[in-house]
Design a protein around this ligand. Structure first.
Ligand code: CP
Ligand code: NVA
Length: 322
């Protein structure tokens, strides 16, 4: 492939795929997960190499991509800022030209979305966003798959994504990369996000990259955002890269802690999600994250299965008949 080749796809934002492609991916993730649980070998990516670039810390993203690629028969190279020329100011464009001649797919976790966009524009192979300051599409892919597993139809297919239509997701906390990605997902899949952030930390529709402002509603009080929600979700008060604001944020966010009172006003069968890592006693109480409505461990595990489906799709296209 050459950079800019129309046949090659990247996954840089949630809105890079259509609803019907999500239906396909969730189906594949379901099949891939069930084979994995049955110890069935499935190695369609033999001899393929994934390069992972981490400019920020990670546990879930690192393990899920690395284990996923090995399980599918491929291999992995892991680069960090500290041990590569990326940390010594080699331009993203040059890094992309070189790295993409030596591997089949790249996953990047970095600061500015513009870095990943520049990398992708000069890459011969698909590039996946493993988190930027602006977006975290792989996480929302896992979150939606988890919702469908718990509350969707048994059969999957287009009905699985249709089950999201009309639902309410409550976002409590920072207007950050996760919040932006939830808004993109709402616009594509037809649900609504009830957003409550402290003043000064609102979501910005322009940064979120949405055109339909009807896909979200803003609430001053987090409990009002949770009222009637099918899913309540939150994230750390301070995202990676914003540590200098820690103290200021700790004061501003003190009322944005998902607790049992907030869960009580949501739908009786509402789920709680958190992308993790979590800080009990800050953005969520221990009672909620360790309670019966929480599906955070399934959510974390599903990173593995959805990303295997994503890499399969980007490298091999649709698998026969699915
Ligand atoms: N949720 C998530 O992306 O976790 P890591 O930062 O551990 O990769
Ligand atoms: N918003 C968090 C998500 C971590 C997975 C961050 O960017 O640090």
């Amino acid at each position: 492939m050459k950079p800019g080749d129309k046949l090659m796809r990247h996954y840089l934002q949630f809105k890079d795929f259509r609803a019907e492609e999500y239906a396909y991916l969730f189906d594949r993730a379901r099949i891939i997960k069930s084979r994995f649980k049955n110890y069935e070998r499935y190695q369609p990516l033999t001899d393929r190499t994934l390069v992972m670039i981490f400019e920020k810390a990670s546990t879930r993203t690192r393990v899920s991509f690395e284990a996923g690629m090995y399980q599918m028969g491929g291999s992995v190279v892991n680069l960090t800022t500290g041990d590569s020329q990326l940390g010594r100011a080699e331009p993203a464009e040059d890094s992309a030209r070189v790295i993409s001649r030596m591997c089949d797919i790249v996953m990047i976790r970095t600061y500015a979305q513009s870095m990943i966009e520049r990398f992708a524009a000069h890459s011969r192979v698909p590039v996946i966003n493993g988190l930027t300051n602006e977006y975290h599409p792989c996480q929302i892919l896992a979150d939606l798959f988890t919702y469908i597993e718990h509350r969707g139809p048994r059969g999957g297919g287009i009905d699985a994504v249709k089950c999201l239509e009309g639902k309410v997701v409550a976002w409590v906390g920072d207007g950050n990369n996760m919040a932006n990605t939830w808004l993109q997902a709402a616009e594509i899949l037809g649900f609504t996000v009830h957003v409550s952030t402290p003043g000064g930390y609102e979501v910005d529709a322009k940064v979120a990259g949405i055109s339909d402002h009807g896909c979200y509603k803003v609430f001053d009080h987090p409990r009002d955002a949770c009222a009637g929600a099918h899913l309540v979700t939150t994230d750390v008060w301070t995202s990676m890269g914003y540590e200098a604001e820690n103290e200021e944020r700790a004061k501003a966010f003190v009322d944005w802690c998902v607790d049992e009172e907030m869960m009580a006003v949501a739908q009786p069968d509402a789920l709680f999600m958190h992308c993790l890592p979590a800080h009990r006693g800050e953005e969520v109480t221990a009672e909620v994250i360790d309670g019966p409505q929480s599906v955070v461990w399934d959510e974390a595990e599903n990173r593995l299965h959805v990303q295997k489906a994503l890499m399969e799709y980007l490298l091999l296209g649709r698998i026969g008949g699915a």
